[in-house]
Design a protein around this ligand. Structure first.
Ligand code: GAR
Length: 212
């Protein structure tokens, strides 16, 4: 049932769903007006869908079609109609490993956000942790950004950092980045839900900084 004045989230994910769980916990703990309307995955056996089912949140698998890195046109149309039917205000990509093209982005213009495991514009695309290790950076982090037509190139909403240790592997580094992600993704969604995020071209600003 739709609750008035709550930002309705449609979460898209392909993997473990730890960001989805962090967002759900933050909403349950109160403090910002949002609710998760639907979780959609391109992978039928994904852990994110199991988590959603356990939490009694509407969840759906939609076959992505024949491409490896994007949705085919028919699949993208299904995503749009399901998100629209669910009354989604904000599409939240949480480990959704496919590039979105025109259809979904134009239907939800300015209302699709993503989290990426690096300090963008460094290390966009796949294997961000391996890229950071290969480059030898001492600090990395996570970025929440609006999604545009490019790869991890949209206006940045929130970022935070973590250290890179000399003996890190992609797995140990990603664990540390996840801790950052689980704070900034709910915080960024809270700021959007409260109407505090203003987008101006490729930049965003916060009108008010509230406690998240
Ligand atoms: C997260 O680390 C997120 O930043 C990354 O996938 C992971 C999903 O984890 N996304 C990308 O790399 C997108 N380019 P989760 O399923 O446990 O939330």
């Amino acid at each position: 049932m739709r609750v008035a004045n709550k930002l309705r989230l449609g979460i898209l994910g392909s993997g473990c769903g730890t960001n989805f769980l962090a967002i759900n916990s933050a909403i349950e703990n109160g403090g910002f007006p949002a609710e998760i309307s639907i979780v959609i995955s391109d992978i039928e056996s994904s852990v994110i869908l199991s988590h959603a089912r356990q939490l009694n949140i509407d969840s759906q698998f939609i076959d992505p079609g024949s491409y490896r890195t994007k949705l085919d046109e028919a699949a993208e149309a299904k995503y749009v109609s399901l998100l629209t039917e669910a009354g989604v205000d904000l599409v939240v990509l949480a480990g959704f490993m496919r590039i979105l093209k025109g259809g979904l982005l134009s239907s939800f213009e300015g209302r699709v956000i993503n989290i990426h495991p690096s300090l963008l514009p460094s290390f966009p695309g796949l294997d961000a942790c391996q890229q950071a290790l290969d480059h030898g950076v001492k600090v990395t982090g996570a970025t929440v950004h609006f999604v545009d037509q490019g790869v991890d190139s949209g206006a940045i909403i929130m970022q935070d950092t973590c250290r890179v240790l000399d003996d890190d592997t992609p797995v140990t580094l990603l664990d540390r980045i996840h801790e950052v992600e689980h704070k900034i993704y709910p915080a960024a969604i809270a700021a959007i839900a409260k109407g505090e995020v203003v987008k101006n071209g490729r930049k965003t600003a916060r009108t008010t900084i509230s406690e998240c």
